[in-house]
Design a protein around this ligand. Structure first.
Ligand code: ATP
Ligand code: MG
Length: 376
């Protein structure tokens, strides 16, 4: 039987704060994360009062553990430096969604995006491996699973969403300050490419990358989303770090081609997300094998299977393999992504399978990352 947040809150109402208030009224509770019978949340309290709160934390854990169907409970006590006044609102969801993460400087600056349940990044170490194609089709696959999905094109050097989704219109502004994203194929979409001319040369520096991405995250009316898929620029630079620091990323999907070189880059991508404590949801092998469009014969031109082996070696899930196929390229480049325009075709099925795995990984993204050391 699934445990609900309401049950957890009801159990916590019987636990008192040091001042005698029921916990849900004590303005210390983070969002409560319930995943397959596992419950996580945190209590954010004044640093000076930590000793008094420790028994409360224990009591909260015991109260929640007693709910039928609960398998494990993790309640973290998060101390804040005394701000003088004793009032504090509830903490953003991220403190609870990554309870096992080691403390990281980025943790302090990660408020969630209002209305957005989970943000995931689609990344790779090197360019041209099919991140954008994967991001769009993965987003559509998640849409097909009944989720409300947004796509953010964080590749401000070479935005691809205008082309991949054939979007020419400019986003409207709301109240002169906020931007309304574009809707396409049931996805809520934003790209810097909607705002600038394709011909404009872009010489972005680190701080400008930061502010451009921050604006697209925070000054866009994303509305309510189950998941936001972020198409990352290639590499492990400023944009990736900005994302990791600006939003509580649920996890990252790493796209790789089977060739060794791309895999070395993929490894670098995996290592980078691990370093900033973002769970790697898994690896997708793109252009995995060649399917002849006329005879249907499969050839493993790049030495297929490398990404799967690599995923095993790195201890991250393998999410699936996408063939190198003319249809994927033609459709992608014509703004007609296969999952939207050939929903019954074999490629759409592959992307939907990957999406289902990603969805499951998002749910389980609270588990600790495997402990491995990678040289990047
Ligand atoms: N599975 C596939 N089969 C055939 N063509 C593909 C496949 N995946 C991607 N492509 C094509 O490869 C090219 C590069 O893909 P894409 O733009 O998605 O890569 P990217 O990793 O986002 O690149 P960049 O690093 O420049 O952002 C595109 O022309 C795309 O249509
Ligand atoms: Mg791209």
């Amino acid at each position: 039987m699934a445990v609900s947040k309401e049950q957890v809150l009801a159990a916590l109402a019987k636990v008192g704060s040091p001042a005698g208030e029921p916990l849900p009224d004590a303005r210390v509770l983070s969002d409560i994360v319930v995943a397959d019978g596992k419950i996580f949340f945190s209590l954010t309290v004044d640093a000076a009062a930590v000793k008094a709160w420790e028994p409360v934390r224990k009591a909260a854990e015991e109260a929640v553990r007693a709910i039928p169907g609960v398998q494990s409970v993790l309640v973290a006590l998060t101390a804040e430096r005394s701000a003088g006044a004793g009032t504090r609102g509830p903490q953003p969801a991220h403190t609870a969604s990554h309870p096992q993460r080691a403390a990281h400087p980025a943790d302090k600056v990660q408020p969630g995006i209002p209305g957005v349940e989970a943000v995931i990044a689609v990344a790779s170490g090197k360019g041209g491996v099919g991140k954008s194609t994967t991001a769009v089709n993965l987003a559509l696959g998640l849409r097909d699973l009944g989720m409300k999905v947004g796509v953010l094109d964080a590749d401000i050097y070479g935005p691809s969403l205008p082309k991949l989704l054939a979007i020419k219109e400019k986003p409207q502004t709301i109240g002169g300050t906020r931007l309304k994203p574009i809707e396409r194929y049931g996805l809520t979409v934003m790209s810097i490419g909607f705002l600038i001319d394709e011909e404009t040369p872009m010489i972005w520096r680190g701080p400008m990358v930061m502010s451009a991405i921050t604006q697209m995250l925070r000054e866009v009316e994303w509305g309510k989303l189950d998941v936001m898929v972020v198409d990352m620029p290639p590499g492990t630079g400023d944009a990736q770090l900005t994302m990791a620091q600006q939003v509580p990323l649920k996890g990252a999907v790493i796209v790789s081609t089977p060739q060794d070189l791309a895999l070395i880059d993929a490894r670098r991508g995996v290592a980078m997300f691990k370093r900033v404590n973002v769970p790697v949801l898994g690896v997708v092998e793109n252009m995995s094998y060649f399917l002849c469009p006329s005879c249907g014969t499969r050839s493993d031109i790049f030495g297929h299977g490398g990404a799967q082996r690599e995923a095993e070696r790195l201890g991250v899930p393998f999410l699936g393999e996408v063939p190198l196929h003319m249809t994927i390229r033609e459709k992608s480049d014509a703004g007609l992504p296969v999952v939207a325009t050939e929903p019954d075709g074999p490629h759409a099925r592959i992307y939907r399978d990957i999406a289902a795995k990603v969805r499951d990984e998002i749910k389980g993204a609270t588990r600790p990352a495997p402990k491995i050391v990678i040289d990047a």
